[in-house]
Design a protein around this ligand. Structure first.
Ligand code: XMP
Length: 514
């Protein structure tokens, strides 16, 4: 496939570099990210139509500050410097950078002084932008004009239109900057002349090519978890190398209703890979017998997962490469933005790639954000129901059964969860509630059903809204819907005679019960 027209992002170690790449993708432009230390030759080879210099943690005044060859500004390609990138540009053009009298951090009103044409075209006179800097450019370099300022920073943006050089002190790539997208689009489409031809389908094709380059004639092993990320990874690798992909799906027996069948169906019929479906539920129930402490439960589940996975891959014999569905937020969380990513902490198959002597690690989603992974999954043809799944913990329904686990109790959470999901969908609430599920409390209480006394379990309903799952609010499910759910669960799920609605925010409660 022809490489599309692209913009090059030079990474100075900023925490938002991948956000810049993401905004560029959203503007339907292809981007390449290279470290700032790339040589001019390497830069030329990417044939960029524009270059973006990212932010970074350093100050240009530091002795070992990351630098650039000034030649870069003479390639005849427009350059946009963001934060550190702007300061570096100013520094290389011999103007002074100084510590700010008042460090700016957070959303600040920026006055756009030149917005008829160019970088700030069409932006509001005053626009809220995300500032995060300790140093600032005091004077624009010769040939540059100030195009925006704040109350504390006289050069919030600068431009040398003749040479296509631009710098902004604020971060257009973060959503806290109200009109950041417009600014980035101005740079890409109006200044660099890039078209709108980059799509997720094109992304998939590039990723497929990269996988083929990496894997060659080799084989790949992947652990399917039943979740979105590993499923999209598998579909992508299947497109690249077909049935040279082997997927091992360790089914611990704690998946939600219908999920295991769906995984097997999809990777048998839609994406026919070599699929090893291991029903390990007997082993899980045996090892978990009598265990009631939540942390111990989690540990047993995690360790057994690794063990079963390792046994299965040993049985298979050697596969050349190991793949996993690491996505960009995992890379950030593991603190390894630059190095290779670590294995996800849940459903952890830690140590496997090295121990089993794989040639390499294939992580095709490493640069994507969760919502992009979903779009990619749909583009590849994975079913909507799999792609739009709510977050589901690695240990599955096991952490939604309080106290000792039994098949009977897991059945109760599974069946009640299905009723809840159906009713939330029927009420059209499934898009507005971030996560919803049922919990089998270990409490039993007295009830009466058809003139008969019962002594059955109480099931709790949990439904929360949240952006980041670090904090959460209670979803305000209308009483009529709650009533309907309660009636159905008590009527349809044997062993339940009472329903509670959990009205605790996070914090102090967590979202899951264990
Ligand atoms: P808590 O209960 O900590 O949950 O408020 C926050 C989010 O994380 C999910 N969660 C997990 N996800 N493995 C996962 O992949 C786990 O072990 C795990 N435990 C909790 C939880 O469902 C919620 O979305």
């Amino acid at each position: 496939m022809e490489k599309p027209q692209s913009v090059l992002i030079l990474d100075f170690g900023g925490q938002y570099t991948q956000l810049i790449a993401r905004r560029v993708r959203e503007s339907k432009v292809y981007s390449t990210v290279l470290p700032y230390s790339a040589t001019l030759d390497e830069i030329r080879q990417t044939k960029p139509m524009g270059i973006i210099l990212s932010g970074g943690p350093s100050s240009v005044l530091d002795e070992d500050a990351p630098m650039l060859d000034k030649e870069l500004f003479s390639l005849g390609v427009p350059v946009l410097g963001i934060c550190y990138g702007m300061q570096l540009m100013a520094h290389l053009f011999d103007t002074t950078i100084e510590k700010c009298a008042q460090r700016e951090y957070g959303r600040a009103p920026v006055h756009m002084d030149q917005r008829e044409t160019g970088l700030l075209e069409g932006m509001s006179e005053t626009s809220f932008c995300w500032m995060s800097h300790t140093y600032q450019v005091m004077q624009p370099p010769t040939g540059f004009q100030v195009i925006a300022h704040t109350d504390h920073c006289s050069v919030a943006a600068m431009a040398d239109e003749e040479h296509g050089l631009y710098g902004v002190q604020f971060h257009p790539e973060v959503t806290h900057t109200d009109e950041g997208t417009r600014m980035i689009e101005n740079f890409l489409h109006k200044i660099c002349g890039l078209g709108y031809d980059w799509t997720m389908e094109a992304y998939a094709e590039m990723a497929v090519q990269q996988i083929r380059d990496q894997v060659g004639e080799g084989t790949v092993l992947l652990g399917l978890s039943g979740g979105v990320d590993s499923a999209v990874t598998a579909a992508l690798i299947h497109r690249a190398i077909g049935d040279r992909l082997t997927c091992v799906y360790v089914d611990h027996g704690f998946m939600r209703a219908g999920e295991s069948d769906q995984v097997v169906e999809v990777f048998t019929n839609t994406f026919p890979v070599e699929l090893i479906h291991v029903d390990a539920s007997d082993r899980y129930f045996t090892e978990l017998e009598g265990v009631t402490d939540p942390e111990t439960k989690r540990k047993i589940i995690g360790h057994l997962f690794v063990k079963v996975f390792q046994e299965e891959s040993a049985k298979l014999g050697k596969r050349d490469h190991f793949a996993q569905g690491t996505i960009y937020p995992d890379v950030i969380e593991s603190g390894k933005v630059k190095g290779s990513a670590v294995i996800k902490s849940h459903h952890n198959v830690g140590g496997l790639p090295e121990e089993l002597g794989f040639d390499s690690l294939v992580e095709p989603l490493k640069m994507l954000f969760k919502d992009e992974v979903r779009v990619l999954g749909l583009t590849l043809g994975l079913p909507e129901a799999l792609i739009r799944r709510q977050p589901f913990p690695g240990p599955g329904l096991a952490i939604r059964v309080i106290g000792e686990l039994t098949r009977e109790k897991v059945r109760i959470v599974r069946e009640s969860d299905l009723v809840l999901r159906e009713e939330i969908a029927n009420a059209g609430l499934n898009k507005s509630i971030s996560q919803y599920f049922t919990v089998l409390t270990n409490a039993r209480s007295v009830g009466v059903m058809g003139d008969v006394r019962t002594y059955d379990y109480a099931v709790a309903l949990r439904a929360v809204t949240t952006d980041d799952f670090m904090t959460a609010d209670i979803a305000k499910v209308p009483y009529e819907i709650l009533g309907k759910i309660a009636t159905r669960i008590v009527g349809e799920v044997a062993g339940v005679n009472r329903i509670l609605y959990d009205i605790t925010t996070k914090p102090p409660a967590s979202i899951e019960w264990e």
